[in-house]
Ligand binder design. Structure first.
Ligand SMILES: NC(=O)c1ccc[n+]([C@@H]2O[C@H](COP(=O)([O-])OP(=O)(O)OC[C@H]3O[C@@H](n4cnc5c(N)ncnc54)[C@H](OP(=O)(O)O)[C@@H]3O)[C@@H](O)[C@H]2O)c1
Length: 189
């Protein structure tokens, strides 16, 4: 079982524009050609922040979406927010706030041996990293720059650096990078 941050980002390290647009992302390639289909089969629980959830409500599953679709995940989902957000009828979504550690323990239990996916955004992934809970990161690095936006991972991780496990081209639109986080040392070890 691993805790994985899996996302797409621009070449200059943004996962969305400042106003949460992903219009730049979809023309870059076919998700079916990436590692995503294999990745999602092994996910047993997932977590996202409120901006990501609200993007899904606006663009995919909510009544505001131009063609509303069902909630896309079978796995239980945890949505972090300090606010009260509307649920998606029929979807297994748990609204939570605060310390990620007890939530992670619940996610691991619910995942039943499968992996835990941190969907984003970057600071939420950073909160899991701060607690030594992130094992791996997959980034579909798109062949575009945005100049500004929502950051991929707003943390300084330099020494030891991440460990690159693999890098491969997905057409001309993406470089798929797979990293392992260095194991953090705790005082009780
Ligand atoms: N490129 C990709 O593949 C990809 C992947 C994922 C997301 N995205 C996009 O990237 C953007 C991400 O937005 P974002 O960086 O703002 O991140 P986000 O994690 O989606 O949302 C951040 C918000 O979540 C809430 N939150 C985070 N941690 C919390 C905690 N511990 N307790 C309570 N609330 C917490 C806070 O808002 P409140 O308390 O005010 O609710 C915070 O401002 C979205 O537009 C999303 O659609 C892109």
């Amino acid at each position: 079982m691993k805790t994985q941050y899996y996302t797409a980002a621009s070449l200059d390290g943004f996962i969305a524009t400042v106003d949460d647009s992903l219009e730049w992302l979809f023309p870059l390639g076919d998700v079916g050609a990436t590692s995503y289909p294999a990745f999602i089969r092994d996910v047993g629980a997932l977590a996202m922040g409120s901006a990501t959830y609200e993007w899904m409500l606006r663009h995919a599953v909510g009544p505001q979406a131009s063609r509303p679709e069902p909630w896309p995940y079978q796995q239980p989902a945890w949505v972090f927010s300090s606010r009260t957000l509307p649920p998606v009828p029929g979807a297994d979504i748990r609204f939570v706030r605060g310390d990620v550690r007890p939530i992670h323990a619940q996610m691991v239990e619910a995942a039943g041996g499968k992996n835990v996916w941190i969907v984003g955004g970057g600071d939420l992934a950073g909160q899991f990293h701060d607690c030594g809970l992130l094992d791996e990161m997959f980034v579909q690095v798109g062949s575009v720059t945005l100049g500004s936006g929502k950051p991929l991972l707003p943390r300084a991780i330099t020494s030891p650096p991440l460990r690159l496990i693999s890098a491969r081209a997905v057409g001309t639109g993406f470089a798929e990078l797979h990293y392992e986080f260095p194991r953090q040392r705790h005082d009780d070890e």
